[in-house]
Design a protein around this ligand. Sequence first.
Ligand SMILES: [Zn+2]
Length: 354
Amino acid sequence: MSNQTAGLVCAHHHLYSTLARGMPAPRNESKSFIQILNNIWWRLDAALDEEMIYWSAKLGACEALMSGTTCIIDHHESPNAIEGSLSIIARACNEVGIRVNTCYGVTDRWDDAGELHSKVSPLSKMTDAAKRGLDECDQFLSSGGVGMVGVHAAFTCSDETLQAAAELANKHNVGVHIHVGEALDDIQAGARLEDLAKDDWLLVHTVHLDRQLKGRIVHNARSNMNNAVGYAKPSTKTNTVLLGTDGIGADMVEEARLAYARLREFDVTQNPDTVWSWLENGYELFPDAKNDRVTFNYDFADSPWHAAFTTNLQAFDVEIDGQKVLANCQPTRVDLDEVRAKSAEQALRLYERL
Ligand SMILES: [Zn+2]
């Protein structure tokens, strides 16, 4: 029993969403998953510019570190600031001292005339926007960036784009990071990805995946509840399961606690070891994080049976690669007050655009 753990891994994050908290309420009520995307997330991502992306990522990285999370697998979209966006995110995370794997989530939902479509025909041609997203992934990976090839989701992509993303991932020997069956609107994902998916893919959500696909599954308990898309039943899947936040912070102990409560609601015979094993599975993607050291304010932080029921665990020191990057709850390499102030400025700019 110890007050220390290895570094925690957030296996699905959207660092671009850090500034969304406090954004003006959408004019229209969102009654479905597609309406939530249309009214909130697709308005937000379209308004992002480079400055906003940088400070959003930097604040998100600080908050991750302050929760004992040393690794983030990020999924990015900024349709009006695509080129260079991934290196901006990588730079922000490097400055804070945290490990990151990022990707651009390609999509055909913006057609060549700049019109937004909530669903895209599998038979349509690849859009210019999707091509630019693939190029951004290619560019970032070719220049040595740590990442994957991102795809938003099958229901907003043509088959041509899905195929091209899979080929690009093969070229770089990385997986595809994609939302799969998050809601019923994406029910065809299983059929469309069956011949493409490989063991190194990250299949995010899989709430409405109707068949077995190759790849690791990322479970996002809070996000799924927040969007009322249903329960993913991760304990019933044979794939390796990891935990993500889908952009709602990166406090992985908190996420694991919530995932555990949701699991128990589904199956009262389960115990915390199941969910903490999903956290551990993150080391398959970030083996070095096993040597990161997180010190908590609690003597049994490494015990799932304690952590699952201790609601105020606080990380106060973090070492990554032997370097102290969090000391007394404060990031050591950046000035947290400055990051918060600059992020607040960028958030105001963002809200003005919305
Ligand atoms: Zn997501």
